[in-house]
Write a protein that binds this ligand. Structure first.
Ligand code: SAH
Ligand code: SF4
Ligand code: F3S
Length: 474
């Protein structure tokens, strides 16, 4: 009965997905009549901002199909996991979580368990899930999340197992529904994938080659968001500073920022991530002249040893990184610089780690994520000689101590200042307090009314608690 309808689906996107959203709504209703309750969904997201953004799109699709969002993963009729594979512990965490769901309740034939995201693009992963987690009945990858409605339709129409993982991306499909965690903040993809092939990293393999979106598409999306009340936009890409490569006559990333700045209603602009090799003077100049671009640059260092940076294929040296970071400190003195550091890359010695700590002390990072190197199958570093895990643990603690010391001291320098704060939410621990973010991305908690959520207010920073502030509105 349903097959006939499916055959009528348009070939072109996104029209095809709108067709399946409608069909899915009909099938969902039929199922609801059979089960005698409204169908609910729950989405769990692992990993970075890219996955968070993808999940918003998928939630948008499920909402359009008439599924109801529910907080309880155990009772939802459709559970979706958007996975990350950046480090092995991300994978283990996911398998552990999936294993914990493997009970009779979850094996219920009416329940839909869908898994997607970066892990699914890895060799062997789909087989492992098919063999060990038989209750999973929809699997897809990173390149076709926009097809969720179609895949759910196939399942609702009676297929036992639906699997659709593509090796490579096809066209960029946009204009599908999306919902946001906060109505006043939104992420906007400006590019997908990555071409940098850092030797430790799996992202280029699971997310495909770098593709930039057309500037006019990006600006249209930002304008639409502004008209819906969005105040803060985060431009997303693995390497935003190489925006436009591969598009004929494209504008540069700093030019794109200037265009976003012109949009009325947008009060704050953030971006993530900046690869140090591509951060231009033009960007610094544009930031200097802007009062909407937030005072925060995430500038992953990875290592302070030029020898290790070379082996990582990062394409900058310790000296070049220092020169850039210190230039930002000088030209944009109120801008927070945060970073990512990997400890235990193949061949790394305590002397290499000394170099990393030297950079930490010289730049004085406002914040840092420190990771233990994780071997990823298929990357060049996986076949290099690995470092003894005991040694890595020791060196990791040294790095952690150094970054914590600097970032605590840097944070404390703001005591007594008054800052613009975008109010995000009620404080999770104490509902008399609001939680918000300053332009430099630091969190501050302060007393205030719920009605201020989504507004930008002035807050005096009274007490630094290490990585966040307690303050009061002025
Ligand atoms: N595109 C961004 C990074 C995205 S991944 C950039 O190049 O700056 C986020 C962080 O995860 C990286 O900066 C790196 O520090 C860390 N990471 C990536 N692969 C890793 C691995 N194999 N082991 C440990 N950390 C890794
Ligand atoms: Fe990975 Fe390097 Fe690309 Fe960042 S730039 S996503 S670390 S390959
Ligand atoms: Fe993870 Fe994929 Fe992001 S591997 S860090 S979710 S791009």
């Amino acid at each position: 009965m349903n097959d006939l309808k499916f055959e009528m689906a348009p070939e072109t996107e996104p029209e095809r997905q709108y067709f399946f959203i409608e069909q899915g709504a009909v099938l969902r209703k039929q199922k609801e009549e059979e089960l005698k309750h409204p169908l609910t969904y729950h989405v769990t997201t692992f990993g970075c901002q890219m996955n968070a953004k993808d999940s918003e799109k998928m939630k948008g699709i499920l909402n359009e199909m008439g599924f109801i969002n529910c907080d309880d993963e155990k009772s939802a009729d459709l559970v979706l996991f958007n996975t990350c594979t950046i480090r092995d512990n991300a994978n283990q965490k996911f398998y552990g979580h999936l294993g914990s769901l493997n009970d009779k309740n979850h094996r219920n034939k009416d329940r839909i368990t869908a898994v997607c995201g970066c892990m699914m693009q890895e060799k062997g992963c789909v087989e492992k899930i098919r063999n060990s987690y038989k209750f999973v009945n929809i699997i897809f990858g990173t390149h076709n999340i926009y097809k969720l409605a179609e895949l759910v339709c196939l399942k609702l129409a009676g297929e036992n197992f639906v699997c659709d993982v593509w090796d490579k991306p096809k066209d960029i499909v946009e204009d599908i529904p999306s919902i946001r965690k906060y109505p006043f903040k939104a992420g906007v993809n400006i590019m997908y994938g990555c071409n940098n092939y850092c030797t430790y990293c799996i992202v280029p393999y699971v997310r495909g080659a770098e593709r930039s979106r057309e500037a006019k598409e990006i600006l249209m999306e930002c304008e639409k968001l502004a008209s819906e009340g969005v105040k803060e936009i985060m431009l997303l890409g693995q390497n935003v500073n190489s925006y436009g490569n591969g598009i004929k006559d494209s504008i540069s990333f700093p030019e794109l920022l200037k265009e976003v700045e012109k949009i009325e209603g947008i009060e704050r602009i953030r971006f993530m991530t900046s690869h140090p090799k591509d951060l231009s003077d033009e960007l610094i100049t544009v930031m200097k002249g802007s009062n909407k671009i937030c005072r925060h640059i995430h500038l992953p260092l990875q290592s302070g040893s030029s020898r290790i940076l070379k082996a990582m294929n990062r394409r900058y040296s310790k000296e070049q990184y220092l020169e850039l970071a210190l230039k930002i400190r000088k030209e944009l003195p109120d801008t927070a610089i945060t970073t990512d550091i990997i400890v235990g890359f193949p061949g790394e010695t305590p002397e290499d780690v000394d170099e990393t700590i030297d950079v930490i002390k010289k730049v004085r990072f406002d914040g840092a994520f420190t990771f233990i190197y994780s071997k990823r199958a298929g990357t060049p570093a996986a076949s290099m000689e690995q470092v003894d895990p005991e040694l890595v643990k020791k060196e990791f603690n040294r790095v952690l101590e150094a970054v914590n010391k600097e970032s605590k001291e840097m944070a404390a320098l703001n005591t007594g200042k008054t800052e613009d704060v975008l109010v995000d939410d009620i404080n999770e621990q104490d509902e008399r307090l609001l939680t918000g973010r300053m332009s430099n991305n630091m969190t501050v908690h302060f007393p205030g009314e719920r009605s201020l959520i989504g507004k930008i207010v002035n807050v005096r920073l009274e007490e630094c608690k290490g990585f966040y502030y307690v303050g009061s509105m002025v």
